[in-house]
Design a protein around this ligand. Structure first.
Ligand code: THU
Length: 132
């Protein structure tokens, strides 16, 4: 797989940053934005949505994946995660498993307000993912 073009990466990054502005994270005060690139080129974004009943919180990455699927996507080629932190953060284990359902070899880029950018393949972040 060739992966997203520079323009697609830029669009994903802008979308993830924009979505982060919509975060509902009054409990953790840890905003996260994410954006995924579907196989047809569509971009879907998400932010973390927390809940007073804390186990109900959903991460930004899963919101983005579920939005893409709800719009008809069945393949996800790339994910960008943005946090307004000095260092990038990587997706949690649950989000890796959810992404594996639609993008087992998706390109994953983690960006932040600092210079450092982390690039992975999902298969590196989640080797031996569960599947049926
Ligand atoms: N969070 C995400 O949105 N993505 C991750 O990959 C890790 C954690 C959110 C969940 C919660 O709202 C906050 O960050 C702190 O855990």
């Amino acid at each position: 797989m060739t992966g997203p073009t520079d323009a697609q990466w830029a669009a994903l990054a802008a979308s993830a940053r924009r979505a982060c502005g919509n975060t509902w994270s009054p409990y953790s005060r840890f905003p996260v934005g994410a954006a995924v690139l579907a196989g047809d080129g569509a971009v879907a974004a998400g932010c973390n949505v927390e809940n007073a009943s804390s186990g109900l919180t959903v991460c930004a990455e899963r919101v983005a994946v579920f939005r893409a699927v709800a719009e008809g996507a069945r393949a996800i080629d790339a994910l960008v995660v943005y946090t307004p932190t000095a260092e990038p953060v990587t997706p949690c284990g649950a989000c890796r498993q959810v992404l594996a359902e639609f993008g087992p070899d998706a390109a994953v880029r983690c960006i932040c307000d600092g210079e450092r950018v982390l690039d992975y393949r999902l298969s590196d972040l989640l080797p031996h993912a569960f599947s049926l």
